[in-house]
Design a binder for this molecule. Structure first.
Ligand code: FAD
Length: 552
């Protein structure tokens, strides 16, 4: 069946932080540009922000810190595996971003001397800048839509289309009806977040994860299949979160004087928020669970913490703590390690991009948690969303038109037809996802070794075959099949990169029992994964002085 084709100039896949700001800036630069956003959920609520945020984690405030100091901090925090160009550009543009956000009405609180309130999050310099904005997502969306961006809600990008190696648009899937949507576009931005559902959370709820649960590595999978590389997939990370609710509060509490204690009441973290190793050690040595103590703080500080916690990121915190009868003045907050995830926002995993947000595929850009700018957080999503918009506008103006590749559409239609049925199929997609994520936790996270990576190969093949027997009776179940297939591909990339990197680095994020030492002589480089005729291949690469990628 021939499907109708939607035409646009700039297609954005993912209407979260990076996607919305990119739409806004593209239309600011060229008001008559046609900008379309595929958003898997509803653009008003989708993504990591969902509502608001309590800090802009990287701002180089003139006179206090600068981009060079940030580079030193991020190098230390990323075990030396950092592309200087993108990280420098991000920090360099961060203060202008803060000023722009103030123009939207976002509040950045100041101290009694009129200085922005900054907090220590990095090993060097106070880059984390307090923000108090419960309506951040609504503000962003309103700005993008009022300039003319067209959101296509409940449509999940499933495949990028290419015409002679250039991006030509994408195919989407309506997650309610199960219908395909074809969109022709001269430039595409992938801004669909990381892989939040990588292993199971401690609570055992499939979607009860820290990062936005709709981010299932779709962008990684689409970019790989279109010819772009991904990197940092061996950086499997997890964090310490409020037990059972899996909501964050470390940065909010510790930066305001909270202490992290082990089960013996010994302080293991104070005045810093990034010593995940100290907390992990407490658990592995039987000194867990760890707790955050706030009871020693003055009432005014506790109220400040409550205000942020109960209004900005996840306001449901207030009901959660009330339900558990926890009053920060009297009780400590219990923290547990939970699921592992892959992400360019808090971690190092992402589609390979340069400082112009360009991928290896002409016309294809990536920004935010799906892109490989080390630990870029919200600052990176915003700065690179903006940079991607600038580049896309230029590219659309200068490059000739593209054609929809009929054979790629047909191939995807055939896969869609095969997946969209329940007849004679007997596997429930939720059962398959649960089992797969359990195996990812068994074989692909630290402690890692070659034997485990070999065992994963058997399970990967098994899950691929199982996917053909999943019953998808409606659009919603069908979308889960695509999600699970993408998580599986990301797991395969993580297995290949993890096996390839024959050393240990980044503490718990890549600890190999068969190669326990860090080996800078051989491994101070990126491991980039590419897809060649359907097969994943790993390479060592380094960025040259000229900013070009060199295969080692
Ligand atoms: C709980 C939490 C607290 C945080 N706190 C801070 C903080 O205080 N300060 C800070 O600097 N950073 C913080 N961060 C990090 C920051 O929020 C993220 O780095 C940033 O928002 C990522 O933006 P993004 O656009 O890449 O992804 P998101 O904002 O997550 O957006 C991705 C969007 O893509 C959509 N999507 C996914 N797949 C598809 C698909 N196939 N097709 C179409 N749409 C798709 C999703 O529905 C979602 O709307 C926090 C993150 C979390 C999770």
């Amino acid at each position: 069946m021939k499907l109708p084709i939607m035409e646009t100039d700039f297609l954005i896949i993912g209407g979260g932080s990076a996607g919305c700001i990119a739409a806004m800036h593209a239309l600011q630069a060229k008001p008559d540009l046609r900008v379309t956003i595929f958003e898997k959920s509803d653009i008003v609520y989708g993504g990591s922000i969902a509502r608001g945020m309590d800090a802009l984690n990287i701002v180089a405030i003139p006179g206090r810190t600068d981009a060079q100091m940030y580079l030193e901090a991020i190098r230390a925090m990323s075990g030396g595996i950092v592309d200087a160009g993108p990280s420098y550009v991000m920090a360099d543009r961060s203060y202008a971003l803060l000023k722009e956000m103030e123009g939207w009405g976002v509040t950045f609180p100041k101290d009694e001397n009129g200085q922005y309130k900054t907090l220590r999050y990095h090993v060097k310099g106070e880059f984390q800048t307090a923000m108090d904005e419960p309506e951040l997502k609504a503000m962003l969306v309103q700005r993008a839509l009022s300039r003319g961006a067209k959101p296509v809600n409940r449509v999940m990008g499933i495949r990028l289309l290419t015409d002679s190696g250039r991006v030509a648009g994408a195919i989407g899937l309506n997650v309610r009806t199960g219908q395909l949507v074809i969109c022709k576009a001269k430039a595409v931005l992938v801004a669909s977040g990381g892989v939040s559902r990588f292993t199971m959370p401690n609570s055992e709820y499939l979607y009860g994860v820290y990062d936005y649960p709709g981010n299932t590595g779709d962008g990684f999978a689409m970019a790989l299949k279109a010819g772009a590389g991904v990197t940092g997939m061996e950086y499997t990370q997890r964090t310490m979160l409020i037990k059972d609710s899996n909501m964050p509060l470390l940065a909010i509490c510790v930066t305001r004087g909270g202490k992290v204690l082990d089960c013996n009441g010994k302080v293991i973290m104070e005045g810093e928020v990034n010593n995940i190793n100290a907390m992990n050690e407490a658990f592995t040595q039987g000194r867990g669970p760890v707790h955050i103590q706030l009871s020693h703080l003055p009432e005014e500080k506790i109220r400040e913490i409550e205000h942020i916690l109960f209004t900005t990121e996840r306001p449901v915190n207030e009901r959660f703590f009330a339900g558990r009868r926890i009053d920060f003045r009297k009780q400590d907050i219990e923290l547990w390690p939970t699921e592992y995830y892959l992400c360019g926002g808090h971690g190092l995993a992402g589609i390979r991009v340069n400082e112009r947000a360009e991928t290896a595929v002409p016309g294809l850009y990536a920004a935010g948690d799906v892109a490989s700018v080390a630990k870029q957080h919200l600052t990176g999503a915003f700065v690179f969303g903006e940079i991607a918009a600038e580049q896309a506008v230029k590219y659309i103006r200068e490059e000739p038109d593209v054609q929809i590749p009929e054979e790629q559409v047909q191939e995807e239609q055939e896969l869609h037809q095969a997946r969209f049925s329940s007849k004679g199929k007997d596997i429930d997609i939720h059962d398959l996802e649960r089992k797969m994520r359990r195996m990812v936790a068994d074989y692909l996270v630290s402690p890692k070794n070659s034997h485990k990576f070999d065992l994963w190969k058997y399970w990967s093949e098994t899950f691929s075959k199982d996917l053909e027997h999943v019953s998808a009776g409606n659009g919603h179940e069908l979308s889960k099949v695509y999600e699970v297939a993408n998580i599986l591909l990301c797991a395969d990339c993580s297995a290949l990169a993890g096996d390839f990197r024959k050393e240990s680095r980044w503490g718990e994020c890549h600890k190999r029992s068969d190669y326990p030492e860090r080996d800078d002589a051989n491994w101070k480089c990126h491991v980039v994964i590419k897809m060649n005729n359907g097969t994943l291949e790993a390479q060592k690469t380094r960025i040259s002085e000229l900013g070009e990628e060199v295969v080692l």
